[in-house]
Design a protein around this ligand. Structure first.
Ligand code: 16G
Ligand code: ZN
Length: 529
């Protein structure tokens, strides 16, 4: 049973600021670090209940991803390394906002509603990013775990995807990999070396990639890991956290939203660069050409490269395995058109947020999902994995070769969540195997000009949407107004949605020229007021 007196006593040391109300949003709780101590303690409590209920290890990650250094955040990771189930997001919100004196009652409520067996053991794994506040906050998580009698393992500094990987490893009894940082490095690196063998057989063809690490955790982990795959790829680290500030004028989110290179990286014409975000679960590529023009290769183009490679291999093995691509409304219209019309791959659109894409992608034998912002991965069904493993053993020649490559790719992807390090290795392997330059990759299709704007409104929740956030249902009249504006331009599209991470409404527009796109986005933002 729960020692509620102990909880009450401890909780006083992690007091909730008066009047503060927070929501478990798309990526957990996220706000100024100084407001989060009580949330961390309480998420430690909640992780114990979730662990008892699922009879599995549960993860707690302390990070605020691409947010400024002063912010922090926390999210729970479910047994298979997935995002926390939606019904528990509500429990998380209730628990985080409970007044001190109601805390015991709320814990009992959750246990009853979720039918938690309180006699079960609980195990929680904890990771954190490099923010100055993260160490202290993860200690508060530990306080919460221990006061309810939970066991824990604190991994200390980890990328978010590494924590997801650890959770899945622990719950799959070694089937997915070893639940250590070393195990993660070895699993991915040996898959990369195996996959790229053919590409590097002709002499020393070691490739170089410049990586902007957003002054975050990615730098530490990549610096440790690069020795494992150094025969095939040499990575040069920039914004490694020794000088600059986390996410400040750098990182994947900065590059994608400003559509310009980060500060602190030395670019050379036509050479590949990439940026991670602050917790290394997003990646975007870019380069500048001989005229100094900047070219961004976002999550949509990453999804396209990966899908076309997978599709070729699937044709080789000829086994009728289904391939699907999942995007959000932010996917560039050109990417969707290319995937559907040129590559003849089925494309689906879901709401923003990893959990939505992830669940849709699970419907296919092979489900590729990417957000335009560079978050994504590929999921392989159990049936697909079995089939591929069997073909890699039994079939011959070309078919066998393709099956073996797919086998390595299964190991190279982090199948719990988008992972910048894993995605980077997949992309580098594909480019090497196909002999593609970054320009050739970029030339697959031309992005439509696009623009995102933020609009401050009194209450962003007055806007509600449907059709994977592409249509407004409330307030009445707004969708009609957007339709009329969109009609004025060629190749145009626009939508608005309340942000799940900031107190704003986001506007997205696409059209035939940047000028028209900017006008459309501006006009739509006026209609939102
Ligand atoms: C979170 C989501 C990300 C999404 C973004 C949208 C996860 C792990 N992360 O960062 O996928 O693109 O929110 O933010 O789900 P927005 O709602 O403010 O546009
Ligand atoms: Zn992130």
């Amino acid at each position: 049973d729960m020692d509620l007196d102990a909880v009450t006593k401890q909780s006083v040391l992690h007091a909730k600021p008066d009047g503060l109300i927070l929501q478990y949003g798309t990526a957990g709780f996220r706000t100024k670090a100084e407001h989060l101590d009580h949330v961390m303690f309480r998420m430690g409590l909640l992780a114990v209940l979730r662990s008892k209920q699922t009879k599995s290890a549960i993860g707690v990650m302390v990070t605020a991803s691409h947010n400024p250094e002063e912010d922090n955040g926390v999210k729970l990771v479910d047994p298979l390394g997935e995002m926390l189930a939606a019904s528990w997001e509500e429990h998380a919100t209730c628990l985080a906002n409970a007044e001190e004196e109601h805390l015991p009652r709320v814990l009992v409520d959750i246990s009853e509603k979720a039918a938690v067996d309180l006699h079960q053991d609980a195990f929680v794994v904890i990771g954190r990013d490099t923010r100055p506040s993260s160490e202290r906050l993860s200690q508060s998580v530990i306080d919460g775990v221990t006061v309810l009698g939970g066991q824990f393992h604190d991994y200390g500094l980890l990328t978010t995807p590494q924590l997801h990987y650890m959770v899945f490893c622990r719950n799959s009894k070694g089937q997915y990999g070893k639940a250590t940082v070393e195990g993660y490095y070895q699993k991915l690196s040996s898959a990369f070396v195996e996959l790229t063998k053919q590409a590097f057989c002709s002499g020393d063809d070691r490739r170089t990639l410049r990586v902007d690490c957003a002054n975050g955790i990615g730098a530490l982990k990549l610096a440790e890991m690069r020795h494992y795959f150094s025969q095939g790829l040499s990575v040069q680290l920039f914004n490694d956290g020794t000088k600059g500030k986390l996410n400040h004028l750098c990182g994947a989110d900065f590059v994608k939203s400003h559509q310009k290179p980060p500060q602190g990286i030395e670019m050379r014409a036509n050479e590949r660069c990439c940026s991670f975000d602050g917790d290394a679960d997003r990646i975007v590529y870019y380069y500048h050409d001989a005229d100094g023009q900047f070219h961004l290769i976002d999550g949509d183009k990453i999804a396209t490269l990966i899908s076309s490679f997978l599709k070729e291999l699937l044709l080789e093995i000829g086994d009728g395995l289904s391939l699907g691509v999942v995007q959000t409304a932010y996917a560039n219209g050109s990417s969707t058109r290319y995937l559907e019309e040129v590559m003849k791959v089925p494309v689906y659109c879901t709401k923003t947020g990893v959990k939505h894409l992830h669940h849709k992608a699970q419907e296919f034998d092979i489900g590729v999902y990417f957000e335009a912002n560079g978050h994504g991965t590929v999921l392989f069904s159990k049936a697909a994995e079995t089939k591929i493993k069997q073909l890699a053993k039994e079939s011959e020649d070309e078919k066998r070769k393709a099956a073996k490559m797919l086998e390595s790719i299964i190991d190279l992807f982090n199948q719990t969540i988008g992972d910048a390090i894993s995605d980077m290795l997949v992309i580098e392997a594909i480019l090497a195997l196909k002999g593609l330059t970054v320009q050739q990759w970029d030339a697959l299709y031309t992005d439509l000009p696009n623009r995102q704007l933020k609009v401050k409104v009194a209450d962003r929740q007055v806007i509600s949407t449907t059709d994977a956030e592409r249509q407004v249902v409330k307030p009445p009249g707004l969708q009609e107004a957007i339709n009329d504006l969109v009609k004025k331009y060629r190749l145009s599209r626009a939508f608005v949605r309340p942000s799940g991470t900031e107190d704003i409404v986001r506007v997205y527009a696409e059209a035939d020229s940047q000028e028209n796109t900017d006008s459309l986005a501006y006009e739509v933002s006026l209609a939102v007021f």
